[in-house]
Design a protein around this ligand. Structure first.
Ligand code: ADP
Ligand code: MG
Length: 260
């Protein structure tokens, strides 16, 4: 999203928009003999929405997981808000709270209600009172359109509803950025749009987002930048408009000819 003068001065996100938030420098990652991330360099600025696209196996999930330190890296560095990713302990829990993550499979706690799924992190990690956490959770459920499901168990919800709850759960921690790894690819087609609408709303609100998706509609409407990965490399990095209409590399052209 572009910086805007009309945004309220109280919005921290907006005021600090444009500063580097995630800095990935010369990152390499191997799984055994497989070189999965090859010298990855990129900077995500505050308020930016980056779509990561590319064939299966190109390293998109590994990159997301490395940014959240669900995966270690073999060389290079990743900083968030100027801080090297912590290896363990309380600092790591704090990092995970600052970096919201939404996965392809809904990953809600199956034995907790929707409301408990959302309040757990804020109470345990942020030290919020139960009452405050519940009030905030209800507001977030309202925002993603599932407030009437608050007291149900995840399995009673549709996939689209569960994924919206997963987004609300990430937001409940007041994260600095949100990573969404193919958030709509496990959904039935009729549920994809309801999740994309929530994501577009977040993007418009100035949330910093890294989104792995092949949903071109989302990329065109919400992304500031597309990163195209293939074989562990960033092959192209450009605007959605340019990427979809005028891809430069053979690998991007091949890929787009298969998904379009
Ligand atoms: P993408 O998300 O783009 O489909 P991934 O990041 O999931 O790609 O995977 C990149 C490559 O790393 C693939 O070849 C995959 O099989 C391999 N890989 C991913 N996770 C592991 C793991 N934990 N152990 C071994 N190989 C893995
Ligand atoms: Mg993946």
């Amino acid at each position: 999203m572009e910086p805007t003068d009309s945004a309220p001065a109280t919005s921290n996100i907006t005021v600090r928009r444009g500063e580097p938030l995630v800095v990935v420098t010369d990152v390499n990652k191997n799984f055994g003999d497989l070189h999965v991330l090859k010298n990855i360099n990129t900077v995500v600025t505050r308020g930016e929405v980056v779509v990561v696209i590319g064939p299966s196996g190109s390293g998109k999930s590994t990159l997301c997981r490395a940014i959240n330190r669900l995966e270690t890296i073999d060389s290079g560095s990743i900083t968030i808000d100027g801080m090297e990713l912590p290896a363990e302990g309380r600092a790591l829990a704090q990092l995970r709270a600052d970096v919201g993550m939404v996965f392809q499979a809904f990953n809600l706690f199956a034995h907790k209600t929707v409301l408990e799924n959302i309040t757990l992190g804020p109470i345990k990690v942020r030290g919020m009172s139960k009452a405050d956490a519940e009030e905030k959770a209800m507001a977030l459920l309202e925002r993603v359109g599932v407030a009437n499901q608050a007291h149900k168990m995840p399995a009673q919800l549709s996939g689209g509803q569960q994924q919206r709850v997963a987004i609300a759960r990430a937001l409940a921690m007041t994260p600095k950025l949100i990573l969404l790894d193919e958030p709509t690819s496990a959904l039935d087609p009729e549920m994809i749009n309801e999740v994309l609408e929530v994501m577009i709303d977040l993007a418009n609100d100035g949330m910093t987002m890294i989104v792995v998706t092949h949903e071109m509609g989302f990329a065109r409407r919400a992304a500031d930048r597309v990163i195209f990965m293939a074989d562990g490399e960033i092959v192209e990095e450009t605007t959605p408009e340019r990427f979809f209409t005028d891809p430069q590399s053979t690998r991007a052209k091949d890929f787009l000819s298969k998904i379009l």
